[in-house]
Design a protein around this ligand. Structure first.
Ligand code: G1P
Length: 299
């Protein structure tokens, strides 16, 4: 069955970026010239997703406005002949009905946020994108890769099983992630025999961490509906996936591309730097500036 819908949990408070996120949703913080949320939505569209579902909360309306048309702004840019900017503004607008919103009444965890979208997703496989995890379609050598969610949708079709993005992380960081207990490998995918949310360092079953991209079967909604609180007292998606494993196979997929943890100030700066360097006009001035500053910074 085709993966047509994507759920984007965007209800978080963004406390790590306070005070910047006091009145502005963290998903609206820009990486160079686009807000974080736009990268995730564009990645979903590039994977053939037809409907994006935001699981949102109070104070996050700027995100809905961002993907709406802006007729006055568009007219003014057109009249002034600012075609490139007009294109950029139009690119951010969704086709009518492509973006839906549902609210998470209480911050009860990622699993609960996903469960809030159950009626809008219905009985079909769907994707989840956590916008804090920004996926850059460049590998370590700088070569362009297929957008990550598209790779995963293809893998879902190949294996007819739920697929979750994984990457190797420092074992000391296992308490920040869901971790896969691996079984056999099939190409770039690793079959999971278990999944643990945020295991303390030294107790993790592997160093394969779950990254915020998932393609899941709708059975997860029934399991989420019954899932009790787990790590951090929250309803965890990882715990419901561990239940799903008892009935269906799940594969961890080693994606091609780079991930920036934009929920963290350092990762967010790395994303800005990497994407800024891609734009010739910025790179020409930024690179000499960095070189000039380096001796002072390393001191
Ligand atoms: C969430 C998931 C975790 C996953 C991580 C990826 O955690 O619960 O399993 O590894 O995203 O970024 P969070 O970062 O919301 O604490």
């Amino acid at each position: 069955m085709k993966v047509r819908k994507a759920v984007l949990p965007v209800a978080g408070m963004g406390t790590r970026f306070l005070p910047a996120t006091k009145a502005v949703p963290k998903e609206m913080l820009p990486v160079v010239d686009r807000p974080l949320i736009q990268y995730a939505v564009e990645e979903a569209w590039a994977a053939g997703i037809e409907q994006v579902i935001f699981v949102s909360s109070r104070g996050k309306d700027a995100m809905a406005d961002h993907f709406d048309r802006a007729p006055e702004l568009e007219r003014s840019l057109r009249e002034k002949g600012k075609d490139k900017l007009l294109q950029a503004v139009e690119n951010a607008s969704s086709r009518v009905g492509d973006i839906s919103m549902v609210r998470q009444d209480n911050p009860r965890g990622l699993g609960h946020a996903v469960w809030c979208a159950r009626e809008l997703v219905g009985n079909e496989p769907f994707a989840i994108l956590l916008p804090d995890d920004m996926m850059w379609n460049r590998d370590a050598s700088g070569a362009e890769t297929t957008p990550v969610l598209k790779q995963m949708v293809d893998e879902f079709e190949r294996l007819s099983s739920s697929i979750i993005a994984v990457m190797e992380v420092d074992p000391n960081q296992s308490d920040k992630y869901g971790v896969v207990d691996p079984m056999g490998e099939d190409g770039d995918s690793i079959q999971a025999k278990g999944l643990v949310e945020k295991p303390p360092a030294g107790t993790a079953p592997s160093n394969l961490a779950v990254i915020g991209r998932y393609v899941l079967t709708p059975r997860i909604f029934d399991l989420l509906g019954r899932q009790g609180a787990g790590a951090g007292g929250e309803i965890q998606l990882t715990d419901a996936m561990a239940q799903l494993l008892k009935e269906q196979s799940i594969y961890g997929y080693r994606f091609k591309g780079q991930r920036f943890d934009c929920g963290d100030k350092t990762g967010y700066q790395m994303a800005n730097l990497a994407l800024a360097m891609e734009q010739t006009e910025i790179r020409q001035r930024l690179l000499p500036f960095i070189k000039q500053q380096l001796p002072g910074w390393s001191a």
